[in-house]
Design a protein. Structure first.
Lengths: 413, 549, 414
């Protein structure tokens, strides 16, 4: 099969690149070996939320202080800025409403009620402008009976430290009694699937009957698995201001974002191939000739240029064994230490060196294979080395921006 | 547990919440003594919780140490009866690999028989059929009555029985002083490791069952016990690779035992002497991991590609033989020291040496000495009376089978963990049977039961009582769920801090083997707690902002 | 030392990092709380079953075997295979009479086609439905009508003229084409003949076995599978690819034979494919051309059957349909329709089956296409019963839209 461009990896990065290419009318395919890390997105996209141990307020200004080989540094500040400005409109076109801008980070709440720096926050989450600011004066935190993946008590603990007056109410819904018959089903996505029109109405009226004056209502993010409008409808029904708080993955806002972007890509004419694995790339003279996948078998996938957005060790874009870190599709050059003792930090929450291991690229985002540059292959997103997206809170930013950047580079070769 | 110490007069204080200490407390309490059991951290925090979990048949010692072998097989048969819910009767194999001397097998079998161990030679071809995990190249195999024993359950059951017989129990209380009066130990001063509060507890006799820490405890009375800490590292594999214990039929060496235990398999151990000041802080090294894997793969080739969940190390509390004037000779078997005769300090007894397998016998020996000193004449019943939890299950298999039919898998798992006591787990609400730990199938109800009755102060305690967080994801999914339940009792600030230490404790064991999917798992855990929940390192603070602003 | 280079376990169950993504894509979990879901039934449960078979949960029978868990898994865990293997290994309860009836497609089909004029009205009659209801076949279901002449008989009849073609393919028509819808087979013959390929029968063919596997009639399934593999090997030896018009038959022969029946097929696996795949590849390679009628105008949706999703080949079928100049193509979200072969026919599953498909039915009704294309016959029955929409195999639509003469000319046959 022949396409203009093929992207390996169908998460936030691959979809951003794919949408960019498809918008330009390019015949584009995305091959994704399974669902992506976007499913764990807590409802906000970070561009650069932290650097070292410090919180970043102006991400663009902070770029200069990142390590030299950081993907943002390779893109250059102007490029980061320009693309970052384009993103909200792109998401809006796809059907995802976000608030925020790259000029200044704002903040949203984690499931534990801690402030999280954010570049763009998905519809429904609470936002505020400074980390030490009180997001609300009074909060009613709603917990759902039997749901183990939201933490109202921890939220109270952290919000009260900020001086927010908090109260917890547990609500049960008719349809969830049925779900609780199982020992396994009370997960955010399963609950969200039960939220039909009648159940949302029931939920809203139960909130209305217990919410006090001036209370902001915080519910676990279990509304709107398919469509933001379900959430908007519920907000209209509830008398008080209503916000969603992210849950433990799988995250409903993340799942929705994934589907909306995928659908938009397909509507633009893109081919999204899910559940297929690129087993190897055929490279001749520094050029990727074709990809061999499990399902297409001997019908190799051909394209003019390829973007590798296969993720990090979570999505097996990078793999490891006791001796090495490696990139499994092409065997690209990967940056890592050959001494296993250097892979880890002693403390779990310290910066873990292994998280920065990934594919080395040149200034044009080309990787190399045994030192030889691959001219029609670009690498983007968390597959890249020199970026600890977890510590920097930059996962979504690097995914989207390097995705768009490599798509542009690919169209220029 | 809240113990009102005012006006309490104890006959015995037992220091140490390992199997030996818990067993001694049980035995003393069953003989009518008023007992206080004190543990500085949690039950099984020392060597008891850091070994193979092997129900030795004694075969391993048969050739080199006849006495230990005889003790082992006797206790083995006793434990099958009294601790049925802690034991899996898997059977064991001693296999000879092509590079081993097959001649050793004959000596081995003869020595087993001499010790009363029912060792039977098997045809290697049959062995591959009954235990497919074993290296197919083996040239010889012997069946022995090895099994698996869960040291956490065993210790908890002993504590529960001690309590049933009137004992008081304090965990997280460290003995900071042995109170002496006229050359006699009359009690202990303890410090609450959580609050720092100190108090005195008095008793007629104090038993030191502190394992490797016995050395330091005895020092408080000016007594020297020479101990040789020997570190042993083990690896935990992701699932049950083997269903029988697999040993190598040669002189005991590194990594020659693979034990199936509950949902996993364990290979061990290495052996290296370490300085005494390292016993509280052990790291498994790359070299030890390599030795374990290299040797383990020879025994069972599939270990080469089976996921490894974690590595850990325990310290064998080897004790010097008093008969050797140089103090370098290690004592074999159980050592019970009456410090009155040995050191001129009355009211103080140390019980050490031995092994998990002989904990009950050690307890009996120590209790005999205590009773003699107190002039109490009561017979030991611990070898006959079943432990709490073991009363029903094995004697009445038809009954347990009938239950399985209407039980969810989580309830079956709970029954295997708590035996007949699992009937105490309440599923009051339809939310109580929801699984908190999915890998090990631990429900909300089971967690509440453990918190209420099994001396749980934190997530690590909860893990030892229930297997929460011991499975494939090493707490990635369940830690926060369980922390929220603990928060109901201990407050949320403490629960959040505890969650952090639990994740750190899990990482400590994962780190030596963090590659492949186990590393991906650790990364996913970081994504949940750091990425989604916003937990951070201690030195990080959301109010600290970069200098640019 | 080369230990621990990879974690290899049966069906990769140890690759699972408990991310729980599969649970968000399981169509059964949402509607049936008795079903523990793919994570628990699959890798988590497997770990416990290795400890003791007591941990086998009989609710695993609710698994549709749709494999959507596998498709969504980022860690390559063969979740669906783990679950089906566990059912085969640990479920000791013998299958019911009803299960035998539903699974024995060849026996039923042979009988029914012979007496089609009698059987069809009887099967749709109230009395038969009541009878079937008693043995556990849901009364809402209508059995597909049986044809009065088997397709295999037709294929034998036309064999001499088919042999005259320069190039040939062997056709695994499966039970549906053979007993219920021979015209789909004829459509394939029409298209392939127009591009210069003759369609030959396999020397012998049995039901692919999907229904027998689902109903745990494993030795029967294996028996049939071995016959099929033997004929397939004969065809491949004569350089003939083996084509099918059913995504489920194709998937079963390619993947379930080795994974669930333990039958090695790697020597021929790549030669077994859907007809749409074969046509697309030949078109892409420039070997054949299709020319379509100008007056063919239709609004067509494509439903991706679960096994098509797992095969990863939807792009071929939709690609072919999109080549028809007069069609307006409307994509549908890839979702399970709920029937899952014989699953939805069972009384105990009917309600779940309809709930699972509800979202898809709604999407189809909103798009109001002239026809829904799909590569699976049971999806066709389910969608037709539940929405009233007309459903056809893409091959039928291609055949309808094809300008045979122009195509033959374009392929140098006239």
């Amino acid at each position: 099969m022949k396409f203009d461009y093929i992207i390996i990896g169908g998460g936030l990065c691959g979809l951003s690149a794919g949408i960019r290419l498809a918008e330009q009318g390019k015949k584009t395919a995305i091959v994704s070996s399974g669902q992506s890390a976007l499913h764990f997105c807590a409802g906000s996209f970070g561009l650069l939320g932290k650097n070292g141990d410090k919180t970043v307020l102006n991400p663009l200004e902070e770029l200069d202080r990142l390590p030299e080989k950081h993907p943002y540094r390779l893109m250059g500040k102007d490029r980061v800025k320009r693309l970052a400005t384009e993103v909200p409109a792109m998401l809006q076109k796809a059907g995802i409403t976000v608030t925020g801008s790259a000029e200044a980070n704002h903040f949203t709440l984690t499931p534990f009620g801690k402030p999280r720096p954010s570049w763009l926050t998905l519809n429904g989450l609470p936002t505020f402008s400074k980390p030490d600011e009180k997001p609300f004066e009074k909060a009613l935190i709603v917990s759902i009976k039997g749901f183990l993946e939201s933490y109202p008590a921890f939220m109270v603990e952290n919000l009260e430290k900020k001086g927010v007056c908090c109260r917890v109410e547990t609500i049960d819904l008719e349809r969830l009694t049925h779900l609780r018959e199982s020992n396994f089903d009370m997960r955010a996505a399963s609950i969200a699937k039960q939220m039909d029109r009648a159940t949302i109405e029931e939920f809203a009226s139960k909130i209305n009957s217990c919410a006090g004056k001036d209370e902001s209502v915080l519910i676990p993010a279990v509304i709107g698995i398919n469509d933001e409008r379900e959430l908007d409808r519920m907000r209209e029904m509830v008398n008080n201001p209503l916000y969603c708080v992210p849950t433990i993955p799988v995250s409903v806002p993340g799942l929705r974002a994934q589907h909306i972007l995928q659908h938009y890509f397909e509507k633009l004419g893109g081919t999204y191939i899910l559940g297929d694995r690129v087993e190897k790339g055929i490279i001749e003279d520094g050029i990727v000739k074709a990809l061999v996948t499990t399902n297409f078998g001997e019908d190799h996938l051909h394209a003019d240029a390829f973007i590798l957005a296969s993720g990090n060790i979570f999505g097996e874009g990078i793999k490891s064994n006791p001796h090495d870190f490696y990139e499994p599709v092409f065997g690209l050059d990967v940056n890592y230490s050959s001494n296993r003792d250097e892979w880890y930090a002693f403390n779990f929450f310290d910066a873990q060196p292994y998280m920065e291991y990934g594919v080395e690229i040149d200034n044009d985002f080309h990787p190399s294979l045994k030192g030889i540059k691959i001219k029609n292959l670009f690498v983007a997103g968390s597959t890249l080395a020199h970026c600890n997206s977890l510590k920097e809170d930059s996962g979504a930013g690097t995914a989207i921006l390097t995705g768009l950047h490599t798509a542009d580079l690919a169209m220029n070769i | 547990m809240n113990v009102d110490l005012k006006n309490k007069e104890y006959d015995v204080i037992v220091i140490g919440g390992g199997a030996t200490g818990a067993g001694t407390a049980r035995d003393c309490a069953k003989r009518g003594l008023k007992v206080m059991l004190i543990e500085r951290l949690d039950f099984t925090a020392g060597a008891t919780g850091r070994n193979h979990g092997l129900l030795h048949s004694g075969a391993r010692y048969a050739v080199t140490d006849h006495e230990s072998a005889t003790e082992c097989i006797r206790e083995n048969m006793i434990l099958r009866k009294i601790a049925a819910h802690c034991v899996e009767e898997t059977g064991g194999l001693f296999v000879t690999l092509p590079e081993d001397d097959l001649g050793y097998q004959k000596t081995f079998i003869e020595s087993c028989h001499a010790a009363g161990i029912d060792a039977r030679q098997l045809d290697p071809k049959d062995v591959i059929r009954i235990e497919p995990a074993v290296n197919p190249d083996i040239i010889g195999a012997v069946y022995v009555p090895d099994g698996a024993i869960d040291p956490f359950r065993l210790t908890t059951a002993n504590v529960l029985d001690a309590r049933i017989h009137g004992a008081d129990v304090l965990t997280y209380h460290e003995v900071v002083e042995l109170i002496q009066d006229n050359g006699r130990v009359i009690g202990v001063k303890v410090r609450n490791s959580i609050t720092g509060e100190e108090k005195e507890i008095r008793a007629r006799i104090t038993v030191n069952a502190g394992g490797i820490w016995s050395h330091g405890i005895a020092q408080q009375a000016g007594i020297t016990i020479n101990m040789f800490p020997a570190k042993g590292a083990l690896l935990i594999f992701g699932h049950r690779v083997n269903n029988m214990v697999i040993n190598r039929c040669r002189k005991p060496a590194d990594a020659d035992i693979l034990v199936p235990g509950d949902t996993i398999s364990l290979i061990g151990t290495t052996s290296s002497r370490i300085p005494y000041d390292e016993v509280d802080n052990m790291e498994v090294t790359q070299e030890e991991v390599d030795i374990l894997l290299n040797q383990g793969c020879q025994l069972v080739p599939s270990l080469s590609w089976t996921r490894i969940l974690r590595a850990y190390a325990g310290v064998r509390p080897l004790i010097a033989d008093d008969s050797d004037p140089t103090g370098r000779k290690i004592s074999r078997g159980i050592v019970c020291l009456d410090h009155a005769t040995r050191d001129g300090v009355e009211g103080f007894v140390t019980i050490s040496g031995g092994k998990l397998m002989t904990y009950r016998l050690m307890a009996e020996t120590a209790t005999d000495m205590v009773c003699k000193k107190l002039g109490v004449d009561a017979a030991c019943t611990t070898a006959v009376d079943p432990l709490p939890g073991s009363e029903l299950t094995k004697e009445n298999p038809s009954d347990s089978k009938r239950h399985i039919i209407d039980m969810g898998t989580g309830q079956i798992a709970a029954r295997e963990r708590h035996g007949s006591l699992s009937s105490l787990i309440k599923y009051d609400s339809d939310a109580d049977d929801a699984l908190v730990c999915e890998c090990e199938q631990v429900s909300v109800g089971e967690i509440k039961y453990a918190i209420d009755t099994l001396h749980v102060n934190n997530l690590v305690n909860l893990r030892r009582r229930t297997r929460l967080g011991m499975g494939t994801c090493q707490g990635g999914i369940c830690a926060s769920r369980a922390a929220a339940i603990l928060g109901l009792k201990f407050g949320n600030e403490r629960a959040i801090t505890d969650l952090k230490s639990f994740l750190q404790e899990r990482w400590k064991g994962v780190r030596p083997v963090a590659w492949g999917r186990s590393l991906a798992e650790a990364y996913f855990t970081s994504c949940i707690y750091e990425g989604v929940c916003g937990m951070e390192t201690e030195n990080s603070d959301e109010t600290k902002i970069t200098s640019a602003q | 030392m080369n230990y621990q280079e990879q974690n290899i376990s049966a069906n990769n169950f140890e690759e699972c990092i408990k991310c729980t993504i599969c649970t968000a894509y399981c169509p059964v979990m949402t509607v049936n709380p008795d079903y523990p879901g793919p994570k628990m039934a699959g890798p988590d449960g497997e770990r416990y079953r290795l400890k003791s078979p007591d941990f086998y949960d009989k609710a695993l029978k609710y698994c549709l075997n749709c494999k959507r868990c596998e498709v969504s898994c980022p860690s390559n865990v063969k979740i669906g295979d783990i679950i089906q293997s566990a059912r085969i290994k640990y479920d000791t309860k013998p299958p019911k009479l009803r299960d035998h009836m539903l699974a024995e497609t060849d026996v039923m089909g042979n009988l029914a086609t012979a007496f089609a004029p009698i059987v069809n009205p009887v099967l749709s009659s109230g009395i038969a439905k009541a009878g079937l209801d008693i043995i556990g076949v849901d009364k809402h279901r209508t059995f597909p009508k049986y044809a009065s002449h088997k397709f295999s008989t037709y294929l034998k009849k036309i064999q001499p003229e088919q042999e005259k073609f320069q190039k040939h393919i062997a056709y695994f028509h499966g039970c549906y084409v053979n007993y219920n819808n021979p015209s789909l087979g004829k459509d394939l013959v029409k298209i392939l003949n127009a591009v210069g390929y003759g369609v030959l029968p396999l020397s012998k063919q049995k039901c692919c076995g999907v229904a027998k596997i689902a109903n745990r009639l494993i030795s029967r399934a294996k028996h049939d599978a071995e016959i099929n593999l033997k004929s397939i090997r004969e065809a491949v030896d004569q350089d003939m690819p083996v084509l099918s018009t059913s995504s489920t038959c194709t998937f079963t022969i390619r993947d379930e034979y080795p994974h669930l029946l333990g039958l090695e097929n790697s020597d021929v696996r790549s030669n077994i494919m859907l007809a749409t795949v074969f046509l697309s590849r030949k078109i892409n390679e420039g070997e054949i051309k299709l020319v379509f009628r100008n007056d063919y105008k239709k609004r067509i949706s494509y439903h991706t059957p679960c096994h098509m999703q797992k095969l990863g080949w939807a792009a071929y079928s939709t690609g072919l349909l999109k080549m028809i100049p007069g069609i307006e193509f409307v994509p549908l979200p890839s979702q399970c329709c709920g029937i899952a072969g014989t699953y939805g026919f069972k009384k105990e599953n009917y309600e779940y089956s309809q709930k699972i498909g509800a979202e898809l039915f709604e999407a189809i009704e909103n798009e109001h296409p002239d026809v829904v294309a799909t590569d699976c016959e049971t999806c066709k029955w389910q969608i037709e019963m539940s929405t009233g929409a007309k459903v056809e195999n893409p091959i039928t639509l291609i055949a309808e839209a094809l300008d045979v003469e122009a195509t033959m000319r374009a392929n140098g046959l006239l």
